[in-house]
Design a protein around this ligand. Sequence first.
Ligand code: ACM
Ligand code: ZN
Length: 503
Amino acid sequence: MKYRILTLLATVALAVLTSCGGGESVPVELSIIPNPVSMQGGGKGVDLAVPGELPAVKTSIDASLEPEEYVLDTRKGKVRIKGGSEAGIFWGKQTLIQIVAQCGDHIPGVLIKDKPAFAYRGAMLDCCRHFFTVDEVKDYIDLIALHKLNVFHWHLTEDQGWRAEIKQYPRLTEVGSMRAETLVGHYGSDKYDGTPYGGFYTQDQMRDVVAYAAERFITVIPEIEMPGHASAALASYPELGCRGENYPYKVQTTWGVFPEIFCAGNPKVITFLEGVLDEICDIFPSEYIHIGGDEAPRDEWEKCPECQALMKEMGFTREAELQSYIIKTIEDYLAAKGRKIIGWDEILDGGVSQSATVMSWRGTDGGIAAARMGNDVVMAPNSHYYLDHYQTADPAANGEPLAIGGYLPLKRCYAFDPYENLGDEEKVHIKGIQGNVWTEYIASYPHVQHMLLPRVAALAEVAWSPDCRTSYEEFVKRLETALLPIYQARGCNYADYAFKGIE
Ligand code: ACM
Ligand code: ZN
């Protein structure tokens, strides 16, 4: 009993010393998102010559800090930011941007010590269902940097369009980047717009995006889908599909999951995928390459003589093992280049090697199963981080634009526990979280912003400082002070439902 009281007292004392943004011993009226790990008022602060303009900052590197950690100090009349690396300094500057936006001509004296809980803090943009220009992609990168995310997952290949120039396979963009027309309205409608639609990124443009992101300490992870979501690739090179070179594959004009799939039994498919990945690895220096793996129906493999012959040769009893075979072959190929694969949770079907990282999207079950097997995991559950879902309970009454479905209010994004149902040994495998902006129903970039903002702010706090979360109501107040002025100054088309109390 005595021991328990002592432990309790020790816990309370620690809470005061290391308190999160809200509960410091010397209070300071600043709103920051993500809420910093520690924030303490004191000292004279900094006068701003031009309100709203960033003051001069004295920066330094402190090797005792973790690479992304920073210390921001305004107590002695100047702004000082120490970082564990340049990345830490950059995150400190993002905090300063929020402070300046809310402080008029004087920044109060404050000492902020801050670092991220998760190493992987991501956001995906699907540039296939709809195409976004390089400038729009860069704006997306700016926005996620503002929220201290450090991964941009770039979805580049799909049934409805292949977006990455590959020099060895020019038809991917000559043919695969264009669809004949696009469905109008929701899935199930029978109306099409009759207008060809397409676009792609040249290799120079992709390199430019990688460099732009790197200046913001953001890693770009490209996604090349296999073995499903391959219609655009098969329209370009029909000989790579189970239906063969005489089948009129097409770049899809509607949404959903299609049976067309790469032929697992055709060795040219592996040659093709490796050739594509050679060029992708040349452009993208990221350790991770995303290989998709989701929603790959196996019906064509069941009927295909080549696929069945390979199963017999390999002693496979289930078509799921063909999926594993492709993923494993590609994983080995990338490993020889010093890269690692990450894939959607379907890569668990048929078995996956320990070195693959699993992106859990069908809820968290796949991620939990993977962590239990010792695989690394990024949680991107559709229950909390599919940012293409509706933001209010009554989309029609609230004037929400057409969305794929679902209901994902800001409050829900804020309430996610990445460690739910995991023991200590499994928690170490949760590398982070990610939000996904799929764009079947998002045809313009302002609409992307509407889906991203402000839900990405809630995701950012879960990724950066989950233990420093406040009540949801406090979070919304902080959001209005810390980020809303910045969204407005940038002319962002953010969603305002939460600010109006609409859920
Ligand atoms: C996915 O949403 N198909 C990963
Ligand atoms: Zn086949």
